[in-house]
Write a protein that binds this ligand. Structure first.
Ligand SMILES: [Fe+2]
Ligand SMILES: [Fe+2]
Length: 380
């Protein structure tokens, strides 16, 4: 088997696959000429090709035919009617840019040929009288090129559609995985809330407050969600702190505090292999840092602390103060705000405190209510 035969076989197989997929087209030729003698001669010249040929005797008839079908090739005689061949092929170019255009002329004028090639992007220029075999070759090449371009365009469209479908599927799967993971983490957090009875519902409330404050600071939607997730999970590392320390009723000794403070690192470690919580993880890690650099675990200072953690520091204090504890009732909103103001510049970022001040207390009450009524509040 020659290389040519192998190539032809591959091409034939590819064409049949494309035909099965409805992506290929049977190329058709339109010959535009008012002279019967040339029409008959063209028909004879094409008889050995397995390509369908249509005829139009005027430019208007040709344009009408083109309205209902995309021809692979349009061959026009130089003098059709009031419209000359070049003018007509210009219209063909506008109507169907992928159709190959061939001009047939009695004149062998190089300048006119070049001008026509440039003006209408001619595929070829045929001088009368044509040589049938040469004409067949031109038609054959034009049809091959047209089919190839047509199939390529359809294949690209099909691949792009499939890529879009695949992307949508991946997005849907990712959302499902994220929402299930978030539910799992909410459950984990709820378990922690039950263990650390002093803070029941605290994580859900701070998650909602953190999201609201992040939005007040006009962060992007994604950043706001990351901050919300970080707030929800901020104390997740307490799972790694022993019951004797976590549930100790009295004050902790200095050694016990050392153990307790490890929960920020534990939380950071717990979330290590959950890629979609990559940013939230930093909020968890830094949630006990202070603006003046006296926090832990890294003693970060000022803007070294990520915004999510600077946001969190304020709302954590606010929620701790305004919530009921077994040994005292929650303090009024105004008292908590006053305390936060006292600590701006030391514990808190003054810019973030300014944003917190702008949120009406009624809105915070609504968020608090949502967190109390819905165990999944704040989870994303
Ligand atoms: Fe904490
Ligand atoms: Fe907290």
């Amino acid at each position: 088997m020659t290389q040519y035969q192998i190539h032809s076989d591959i091409k034939a197989n590819a064409s049949s696959v494309l035909a099965l997929l409805g992506l290929s087209i049977e190329p058709k030729v339109l010959f535009v000429c008012p002279q019967n003698i040339l029409n008959r001669s063209f028909k004879r010249s094409m008889s050995s090709l397995e390509i369908e040929v249509a005829f139009a005797e005027s430019s208007s008839e040709a344009l009408q035919k083109m309205n209902s079908f995309t021809y692979a090739i349009v061959i026009a005689i130089d003098e059709i009617d009031e419209l000359d061949g070049v003018g007509f092929l210009e219209l063909v170019k506008q109507m169907s840019p992928n159709t190959k255009r061939v001009l047939v002329s009695g004149k062998s004028d190089m300048d006119a040929t070049m001008e026509a090639i440039n003006r209408v992007g001619l595929f070829n220029y045929v001088v009368l009288p044509w040589e049938p075999s040469e004409l067949r070759q031109i038609v054959h090449r034009a049809c091959d090129l047209f089919s190839l371009q047509y199939e390529n365009a359809n294949l690209s469209k099909l691949l792009s559609n499939q890529a879009n479908d695949l992307r949508t599927l991946v997005d849907t799967l990712e959302i499902t995985v994220q929402s299930r993971t978030a539910s799992l983490l909410t459950g984990l957090n709820a378990a922690l809330d039950l263990r650390d009875t002093e803070t029941q519902g605290h994580s859900r409330r701070v998650a909602l407050y953190a999201r609201r404050l992040a939005e007040e600071l006009e962060v992007t939607h994604t950043e706001a969600i990351d901050i919300q997730r970080g707030a929800l999970l901020h104390d997740i590392g307490k799972i790694g702190v022993s019951d004797t320390i976590l549930l100790k009723p009295g004050k902790l000794t200095e050694e016990e505090w050392v153990e307790m403070r490890k929960h920020a690192e534990f939380g950071y470690k717990i979330l290590e292999n959950i890629p979609f919580l990559g940013n939230a993880r930093h909020v968890v890690h830094q949630h006990h840092e202070r603006f003046d650099g006296n926090g832990y675990p890294q003693r970060l200072k000022g803007k070294e602390i990520i915004l999510g953690a600077r946001i969190f520091a304020i709302i954590d204090t606010y929620d701790a103060m305004t919530s009921d504890r077994p040994y005292r009732k929650g303090l009024p909103h105004e008292v908590a705000i006053e305390e936060i103001h006292k600590c701006q510049g030391t514990q808190f970022d003054p810019d973030v405190v300014g944003a917190w001040d702008r949120i009406p207390k009624e809105e915070l009450f609504i968020l608090r209510k949502r967190a109390e009524e819905d165990v999944f509040a704040g989870s994303i």
